[in-house]
Design a protein around this ligand. Structure first.
Ligand SMILES: NC(=O)c1ccc[n+]([C@@H]2O[C@H](COP(=O)([O-])OP(=O)(O)OC[C@H]3O[C@@H](n4cnc5c(N)ncnc54)[C@H](OP(=O)(O)O)[C@@H]3O)[C@@H](O)[C@H]2O)c1
Length: 241
């Protein structure tokens, strides 16, 4: 048997949103290690620049573009800069996300807009810009980082659950739109992951999912044999934290 290819994504370009820290950063590092060229984005330029420098030190080619993914003009610019630097986008990971937790009657309209715009509208804006090129090339992967909140209701989660439930529903339809074009759209639904996203009081953080567990699921989806695809991954810690 020939040795396994250690850089199976060489020649591929991955755009990962929200890739300056947390889960997006773990995904970017993993895809870079697998040989992909990277387009990184987040709102704050400093952390993003630091991520790009760390990748460069490891010999990984990355473009870093400060971007607010809720803004159509900034998303268009991000995709334009990525295409002019790398010529194509093979992998789109919609990871950027925000949350607010509390009872629905205490949420403001601004909370609703921020969460829905970031977690649901932004993946639509990104797909609208990226998919035409994937269709032309008859090849592409779209991976949405949703949450188990796309499956399970919980107190205080109304707006967050709406955004992730919506993201999963949108993606099941997108997968049907695009499969005939050789493009695979998948959803990853992790349980609580050890990042700064939400508080973890009372939990055994050693037992929690780690950002790299989600990156591993992304790798698994990307390396699935081309004639089939993993449409959804529900990711849980082995032991309850
Ligand atoms: N952590 C969990 O327990 C957990 C569980 C399941 C699913 N998820 C999902 O996983 C994803 C990543 O979560 P995480 O835990 O890694 O969060 P995190 O540590 O807070 O990181 C979020 C990333 O998204 C970026 N971001 C946020 N808003 C953005 C915007 N409008 N435009 C561009 N970038 C933006 C942030 O950078 P800037 O602030 O600089 O923009 C940062 O890079 C989210 O979609 C989240 O819903 C998380």
């Amino acid at each position: 048997m020939p040795p396994a290819d250690s850089s199976p994504l060489t020649g591929h370009v991955a755009l990962v949103t929200g890739s300056s820290r947390g889960i997006g950063w773990a995904i970017a590092q993993r895809l870079g290690r697998l040989g992909a060229s990277l387009s990184l984005c987040a709102r704050h330029a400093e952390a993003l620049g630091e991520a790009r420098r760390t990748l460069a030190e490891r010999g990984i080619d990355a473009l870093a573009t400060p971007t607010d993914v809720t803004r159509p003009d900034e998303v268009a610019r991000l995709v334009e800069l990525t295409l002019s630097r790398f010529g194509q986008i093979d992998i789109l990971v919609n990871n950027a996300g925000v949350a607010w937790f509390g009872p629905v009657h205490e949420a403001t309209e601004a909370d609703w807009d921020r969460i829905i715009d970031t977690n649901l509208k932004a993946p639509f804006l990104l797909m609208r810009q990226v998919v035409p090129g994937m269709i032309r090339r008859r090849h592409g992967h779209i991976i949405q980082i949703a949450s188990l909140a796309a499956k399970n209701a919980f107190a205080g989660g109304s707006i967050y659950c709406a955004s992730k439930w919506g993201l999963a529903g949108m993606t099941y339809s997108v997968a049907e739109d695009l499969r005939a074009h050789g493009i695979r759209a998948s959803v990853i639904c992790p349980g609580s992951v050890l990042t700064d996203f939400s508080p973890h009081s009372g939990k055994d953080t050693r037992k929690m999912l780690q950002p790299d567990d989600v990156a591993h699921a992304v790798e698994m989806i990307l390396l699935q044999q081309p004639q089939s695809f993993i449409s959804e991954v529900l990711l849980r810690p082995t032991e309850k934290p």
